[in-house]
Ligand binder design. Sequence first.
Ligand code: URA
Length: 181
Amino acid sequence: LTGCQGCKLCKSRSTIVFGVGNPRAKLMVVGEGPGEEEDKQGIPFVGRAGQLLTKMLAARGVNFDRERDCYTANVVKCRPEKNRNPEPDEVAACNPFLMAQIETLDPLVILTLGNFASQTLLATKEGITKLRGRAYPYRSGVIVPTFHPAFLLRNPGESYKRMAWDDLKLARQEYDRLSGR
Ligand code: URA
């Protein structure tokens, strides 16, 4: 076994999935943890949810190019078996890596995907349906919570899609406002 052994996820993972994207980006996307495909490739959001994420960022009125504008990471860097939720000791063990990524990137906007990432970074137990729809001051920027693309894939239909699009447009507005554009 090589690499981090900071928590029990090191026993089941194939690859550490640290982060991907432009290290100078000012938009950071934070998901929950690597899925099966991510665990194989070592890259966050490369599976079906990742493809939807790329499309959501590129949507009309949002216009983020994922590769150019964005850095993507997860709350935990190693895949929990069968995609179960990460446990508190795993989140705690991985937290210094996420915090180092945030400090290094110093993003204007952090888009948190789903309950898990939103609750972790906003330090709340409130659900995503209540949290989404607004921007929360965080460090020198904001956190914009929205639905996880995997949730959108499981719950097709215009209403969730519309809310996600509204959140992404809010992320764009905040990004433009904070970058003085
Ligand atoms: N879901 C996540 O939360 N993160 C990934 O990297 C892939 C799927």
